[in-house]
Design a protein around this ligand. Sequence first.
Ligand SMILES: *Cc1c(COP(=O)(O)O)cnc(C)c1O
Length: 469
Amino acid sequence: MTYISTRGEAPALTFTQALLTGLASDGGLYLPDHYPRLAPETIRAFAGRPYAEVAASVITPFVGDDLPAGLLREMIDDAYAGFRHPAVTPLSQLDSNLYFLELFHGATLAFKDVAMQLLGRLMDHVLKMHGRRATIVGATSGDTGAAAIEAFRGLAQVDVFILYPHGRVSDVQRRQMTTVADANIHAIAIEGTFDDAQAIIKGLFQNQTLRGELNLSGVNSINWARVVAQAVYYFTSAVTLGAPHRTISYAVPTGNFGDILAGWIAKRMGLPIDRLLIATNTNDILARALRDGRYEVRGVEPTQSPSMDIQVSSNFERLLFEAYGRDSQALRRLMAQLSQSRGFSIDPGPLETIRAEFAAEAVNEQETTEEIARVYREAEVLIDPHSAVGVAAARRHLNITSGESPMVVLGTAHPAKFPDAMEKATGVRPPLPPHLAEILEKPERLTLLPNDQGVIEEFLRKYARAKIH
Ligand SMILES: *Cc1c(COP(=O)(O)O)cnc(C)c1O
């Protein structure tokens, strides 16, 4: 399997090369040159199988012969053995035709763990094989940073530098990043928004000197390996509800478009997904883009679902690339417009292609709080604000379409990560699971830096251990 950049001017790579590279050198994102298809019988046979077994079947075709199959399987088994639920991502029911996929049973209580636990093992292995070190840099709106830090802490081959927007993540999210004592972990608070942090990360990758010097690598959802690992739970949940015999729809709380793109990939692989519903909070660039055909960046508004407080939705570039028939020249034009004038129009043909498979709903703060309260009242389940955005969007969509396919909402975080929002909506303050309660007591370690790429570069050069050989 070969990987190509959406912007067409970076070298084609193997799976493990794309894994270590993150963002392509032309500023684009890597995608496989084709999508492997799974036969309906193969998909049907996933029903009732252990999560790791399904994961191996879904992920292996994307790796090809780049890693020995036995070794990959071992890493997968190991990555998911640490989850606190034997099904890894169990499915529950909230209402008639409305299901809830619990993706938050990993170490840091958000769905990011599902991919990151595997990514950490893959990267460590590949770096050791080459006798190399890497410097992992990432921007986080809260959960990616914690999941990456947990997956990479203490590893000899990697240093991790995570940028997060100062004062714009929850206390639990921040403490998950700042209470880790391992010397290879660096939590950096940026005086700016998530989009500022993400722009700095993209800038670092475009500095070819720095990139080579420190062997920069990315673990944001621009990393292809993460997207693939997330495709797995679409398969496990869909077969539980009767796929491939039946079509299933998904509502996905969306920020950077990684999680929902994974659903689209699962569909390309042969999973009969009916509708992919993009659920956004008031930061609704994607909902506006689908409605008006204008992808237009506005200011970020802080909400109670901070991991979705995003305007520039990086993985959307991958969908655009496909919707434009893999025309990298068109993508370069759109992305140039985006950086020059903060927006672009999606041409009518590609827009229709996108609308044929996706829908979008934006959910405001009050609706989010009401949904948390409703689910607690009706189903006696506490759902976090991100998941609540998904549930509210799903109900609206089911009402409009009379919903023939069952709708699965992706439960992206554990309610204990957002105790203030939960208490406000339900009066209940969910406690952290015992293995995390200690972070509330531990000392914090972080560096506050200005929203300035030069300053960040200096900091990296000072503390990163990776050097070119
Ligand atoms: C990251 C995150 C999201 C958004 O996922 P994307 O892949 O960026 O679209 C939603 N909810 C939670 C809790 C998250 O951590």
